[in-house]
Design a binder for this molecule. Structure first.
Ligand code: MV4
Length: 450
């Protein structure tokens, strides 16, 4: 039973989790920093507990403070949202040790997927296609050269503890390899305290396509189709859509079935995302995320499934309320991330939102905790909210997105709204014709694409 759930997060996702709880008759407790006293989640939650000063390290990342807040409020579950402690295996262990339900997979699954080499080995074992490369970490230059020769240059040296693109180096020829390994190891050591690296064939123009899955403790597993998240800047997703304009229905059924079967073999529990690079008709696993993702709403829009609600059902030990057969792909959805950043320089622009008007009408959803008069604190990431639009098909979705972007008003600060307005006029975006490098090229040479 979950009577009261503690939300260990902030911003729009804290509000998203609160909304699911209220619709399920669950009481909410939100923890917050001193900088978030005026947040919408604090205002709406049944209870709130201040757990520390603005800096994340002293609040949203403070495991003991969050557990104490759960104890004193009598919360029987904790939802970590995304970021912060959502993929921290030690925290998941601590929550369980306090007899509190962690809304997420087991600590062991989090741990495996946090180690990119272990994750890749696990995927090979359960029949998921991976990028050709070294068998695990490379421990000598000779071994690295052998692996690189086998998968052919160019190759990518990647950190085992990596993520967000840190600790990655391309080697175009054997001459570059030693230097690439040295640089990747150095960066990985500094960023993660772990300098283990492995080698993969470098895919030059892939798309980033990820599959949403859900699994319960009764042996039910389902995939919820894919999202195409290729439009990124510096490893930050900007614009996501579901389904991917690059796949046929047969292709998506095939990769979905492969992923669902693999997830069942892994004994995974809850919501998860398998990330792939997709190039020339082939899928290559790169990472698995063991959390709710920022872009989960586009999957909700095309399937009609409330992913957060299902996460909570699964955490309670109940069955998911649907089976694979019920996951019917309807129409098309796009999400635009609205950030408090300059639309061209991407310099953060915290401060007071003086005017705020949400678009509405058919097929429009705005997931945001902002309001007119709200001040965006400078201490956290700059996401103001997400505009999500659904249409019966991709063309309707794009047209609807244009009109929704034109209705939206966010005044007083710089935002990326203008970038999205330019994106939906770009011919390649209209056609769905892009790869993971498209957005950075577009930003360097704006006039070319419109
Ligand atoms: C790659 C790749 C090309 N080939 N692996 C970047 C972050 C990390 N999660 C995986 N990343 C990549 N791995 C091989 N073998 C290109 C990238 C990559 C990327 C991937 C997804 C979305 C945007 C990207 C931007 C640059 C590089």
């Amino acid at each position: 039973m979950i009577k009261k759930l503690l939300i260990a997060n902030r911003g729009e996702i804290a509000l998203r989790i609160h909304r699911a709880c209220k619709e399920m008759g669950i009481q909410t407790v939100v923890v917050h920093s001193e900088a978030d006293r005026d947040s919408m989640a604090v205002r709406l939650a049944d209870e709130s507990v201040c757990i520390g000063p603005a800096a994340s390290a002293n609040s949203y990342l403070k495991k003991s403070a969050i557990l104490t807040a759960a104890e004193i409020t009598g919360a029987d579950a904790i939802h970590p949202g995304y970021g912060f402690l959502s993929e921290n295996a030690q925290f998941a262990d601590m929550v369980a040790a306090h007899d509190i339900i962690f809304v997420g997979p087991t600590a062991d699954h989090i741990r495996i997927m946090g180690d990119k080499i272990a994750a890749k080995k696990a995927m090979i074992k359960v029949g998921v296609p991976v990028v050709p490369g070294s068998e695990g970490a490379v421990t000598s230059i000779a071994e690295a050269k052998k692996a690189a020769k086998l998968c052919k240059y160019p190759v990518l040296v990647k950190a085992a503890a990596g993520g967000g693109g840190r600790g990655m180096r391309v080697a175009h020829t054997e001459k570059d390899l030693e230097q690439a390994i040295k640089a990747a190891k150095q960066e990985a050591k500094a960023a993660f305290g772990d300098d283990a690296v492995y080698i993969e064939k470098y895919l030059e123009k892939p798309r980033h396509i990820e599959i949403q899955i859900m699994a319960d403790s009764h042996g039910n597993v389902a995939h919820l189709w894919e999202r195409d998240c290729s439009l990124q800047r510096r490893h930050q997703k900007v614009f996501e859509e579901a389904p991917s304009p690059a796949l046929t229905q047969v292709q998506r059924e095939e990769i979905g079935a492969t992923v669902a079967k693999a997830v069942k073999k892994l004994g995974y529990l809850g919501a998860g995302t398998m990330e792939f690079l997709y190039e020339k008709g082939e899928f290559y696993f790169i990472e698995m995320n063991t959390r709710l993702q920022v872009e989960h709403p586009i999957t909700e829009m095309i399937t009609g499934i409330d992913i957060v609600r299902q996460q909570i059902r699964i955490a309670k030990g109940e069955e998911m309320s649907f089976t694979q057969e019920d996951v019917i792909l309807v129409g098309h959805a796009i999400e635009c991330r609205l950030n408090a950043e300059h639309p061209e320089t991407f310099i953060p622009s915290p401060g007071m939102i003086t005017d705020f008007h949400a678009p509405g009408g058919p097929g429009v959803r705005l997931d945001s905790a902002a309001y007119s008069g709200y001040t965006i604190p400078p201490h956290y990431d700059s996401l103001i909210g997400k505009l999500i639009v659904h249409g019966r098909n991709r063309r309707e979705c794009v047209m609807r997105l244009r009109r929704a972007l034109n209705e939206m008003v966010i005044g007083g600060i710089e935002t990326t709204l203008g970038l999205h307005q330019r994106l939906v006029e770009a011919e390649d975006v209209i056609q769905g014709n892009y790869d993971i490098h498209w957005l950075e090229r577009f930003l360097q040479n704006k006039t070319m694409q419109t």
